[in-house]
Every structure is written in structure tokens, then in C-alpha cells.
Write a protein that binds this ligand. Sequence first.
Ligand code: ATP
Ligand code: MG
Length: 307
Amino acid sequence: SDARLSDYERISVLGHGNGGTVYKARHRRSAQPLALKLFAAGDLSAAREAEILMLVADAPHVVRLHAVIPSASAIAAGEAPAALALELMPGGSLAGLLHRLGRPMGERPIAAVARQALLGLAALHALRVVHRDLKPSNLLLGADGEVKIADFGAGKVLRRRLDPCASYVGTAAYMSPERFDPEAYSGDYDPYAADVWSLGVAILELYLGHFPLLPEGQRPDWAALMCAICFGEAPEPPAAASKEFRDFVARCLEKKAGQRASVAELLEHPFVAERDAAGAQQALAALVAEAEQGDRSSPTASRAGYN
Ligand code: ATP
Ligand code: MG
């Protein structure tokens, strides 16, 4: 396409990440609101993210790509793009929601997150795409409790089904045991199973209100994480949680990748039962509305740029 950065008016900052900064923006000619993800010059994850988003363009529960914006010098040279124009997700990320709520989420809204993330993962995996960086800040909220998977800067298209992809991309904290230490787990390597582990960690984080693999407040340094993930017991929800939720998380956080539930199996799990999907999504929408109310009564709380 011939999109240019000057076609977009930046309105505010939505979030920062390793890749760069994401702005709320508006396409000047059409007045369409968008999210504009700006990358540092030459950032290779920009090209990877653009390639994958084009490949998965019609997948449900995946953020849409509107335009790839090349850098001025890159147009001829085929270098990494400077920015991506993305579908604007008005509810922000699940990490942001948790932060603005200031308390953990209940099982019902979490079931809506889990079900929609699984539907997104099923579509990605069917296209041989692994995400490799699932976490609350990469799950975004649309209107009415809708959830979509975002941030494909660590993603990979598998050319062969068992292409090894244990490289240390993505966020170490959500990495599965077999990605940390592929040699110890070489017998049952399944690249898709790593996304299921990350989803399990993310979902347990929403329930507990803090990252589940380390004591609350401890900074996640590499050594501590490696120890917790590879040598520790898989974390589990407290006894007060429902049997369905406890079992769902246990099936995601099976340390042996070969024994972990597949996305298809999890979509059949009673915790994310289809008959309850609409109600669960309404419960999630209600939480989003509550967090927005909180923002209006304390205008500075929402400006922290938390993702
Ligand atoms: P990281 O490396 O930390 O995972 P990143 O640099 O790859 O992040 P993203 O994860 O794509 O960038 O975006 C960073 C944050 O910006 C998200 O957590 C979210 O809060 C916000 N954001 C990203 N895309 C959108 C969008 N389409 N709509 C609304 N907010 C968004
Ligand atoms: Mg991110």
C-alpha cells in the first residue's frame, strides 16, 4: 500500500512495549480511529508482525491490520516497516483492566477471556502460526466484552509441523518449561502447546491479581523464573476456586507438553462451556464498564500508560 505516517493524526499514547509505542490515532482523510504501532528504526519484529497479521487476516479473535506503513528509506530496500495501523481496541489490554480494577477478576469474566483466546488460538494454529508471547498485555478488549489476541512481534509461521521454535523470543515469564529447556523435554516437543501454557499462566494471573509463578512483588529475573518454571510445581488456583476452573488451569499448566491439553480439547472443557458464553462475555463487559467508571472519577489513574 502507499500509506504514510503523515496520513495519521496521533491523539494519545495507548501503551509502550519492547517493540515501540502504540498510539491512539485517526486516519486524517476517513476520520477512522485506529491504533498506530510505531517501531524503532530497523526493528525486525515489525516485519514479522506485519507478515503474520497479513497471513491471519480473517482469523476470529485476532486484531486486524489496516495498513503497513513503510519508513521513508525502506520503501525500495524492503526494510522493516516503520509502523502498523491496527484496529483500535477501545477497552485496552487485560493487564490494563486488572490494573484499573485494582482487584482480581472473577471466574465468569475470566471464562470469557479464556474462551475467546482459545478461539483465536485455534484459528492461528490452523494457519500454522504460533504466537509465543501470550500474556495479559497482549489480550485486548473490544466492545461488549470481546477479546482479541494482539502483538505478533514474537510470532512464527511453522513451515513444517514440528519446526523447532524454542528460541527465547517473547516474555520469559510466560514461557513454558519445554521452551526454557528444550533438551530436557526434547521427547515431546509441540510448538503449539507452548501457547497453551502461556494462556494458563495469563488466566491464573487474572484470577490471583498478580503473576502466579513468583511470590507477589518479586521482580521476575531470568534465574528465578527459570527455577520456578522448570523445577517448581505448576502453580494452581486456590482451593476456593471452582472444580472446573482448577481443572482447566491444571490442563493448561501440565508441565509435560505432551500431556498438556490441546486448544481443541480446552474448547470442550466445561469451564468455557458454549452455553454460558454470552453470559460470561456480559460479565466481562460489566468489568470493563466498571473500570471506565473508576477512570472518570480519578482521571490520573488511567494515564499511567500501563500495559
Ligand atoms: P511488548 O513487547 O511489551 O509485548 P509491544 O511493543 O510488542 O509490547 P503491543 O503489545 O502490540 O506492543 O502493544 C503495547 C500495548 O499497547 C498493549 O499492551 C496495549 O495496552 C496497547 N495496544 C496495542 N495495540 C492496541 C490496539 N490495537 N488497540 C488498543 N490498544 C493497543
Ligand atoms: Mg505486547
